[in-house]
Design a protein around this ligand. Structure first.
Ligand code: BEZ
Length: 221
């Protein structure tokens, strides 16, 4: 992601949104945040993604994560599109449960490196890619994902990575392939066996390997 690396402070941008003008850090408060961008309003894949995001809002809320979307259209377009999104969910009487940032001049998309040079609008201008930024309560970037406009994201996976990020922010563990909450986790390599034994009273099991190196250490967090 050009310009924005894991661990960087996320820009405290100001923007117009469907809930009015915001300063991003004030919007986040002390919460975790997820910002996900969309190529364009009134487009099919984006509509299915926003509808899915709306359906799983309670899951993000439960994890203390504030949601905000972005697309390169105006607040007025976003408000009208939101009605389509909620109608797609057969929930036309409910408002979209999170705001959408209006980036019709593409200022923020450029600043955050979100433009997809391969996807262009009818005037030849680049559309936004499907970026996901997860921001910690310290306002630092914890995760970024970048998909092209033609590939929709998986919100179950976003919830899974947030579970991993929140767990590994608290404990000196890492989550292995396909990890889900409740599964065993790995002790991070920088911890000695003695430190691991002290930190994980539930016990640490080590898998024997041909190398004889004892780096596959599991524990229950
Ligand atoms: C879509 O959301 O369906 C879409 C948007 C831009 C390019 C391709 C697909």
């Amino acid at each position: 992601m050009p310009g924005l690396l894991l661990g960087d402070e996320f820009p405290n941008f100001e923007a117009d949104t469907t809930i009015g003008r915001i300063k991003f850090h004030d919007f986040l408060g002390n919460s975790w945040g997820i910002l996900f961008s969309h190529p364009k309003d009134f487009t099919p894949v984006c509509t299915t993604e926003l509808a899915c995001a709306a359906r799983v809002t309670d899951q993000f809320k439960k994890r203390g994560v504030k949601m905000i979307a972005l697309s390169i259209d105006s607040v007025e377009d976003h408000r009208n599109w939101s009605k389509d999104v909620m109608a797609f969910n057969s929930d036309a009487d409910t408002a979209l449960p999170f705001p959408i940032i209006a980036d019709d001049n593409r200022e923020l998309s450029v600043q955050l490196g979100m433009l997809d040079p391969d996807e262009r609008d009818k005037d030849g201008l680049p559309l936004t890619a499907r970026c996901v930024f997860v921001i910690g309560p310290d306002k630092k970037l914890k995760l970024s994902i970048l998909y092209p406009a033609t590939t929709g994201r998986n919100f179950d996976e976003l919830l899974r990575v947030i579970d991993s990020l929140q767990l590994t922010a608290q404990k000196k563990v890492a989550t292995p392939v396909d990890w889900k909450p409740g599964d065993k986790v790995m002790v991070i390599p920088s911890l000695s066996d003695a430190e691991a034994a002290a930190l994980f009273p539930s016990g640490v099991t080590t898998k024997e390997l041909p190398s004889g190196k004892k780096y596959l250490r599991y524990t229950q967090p």
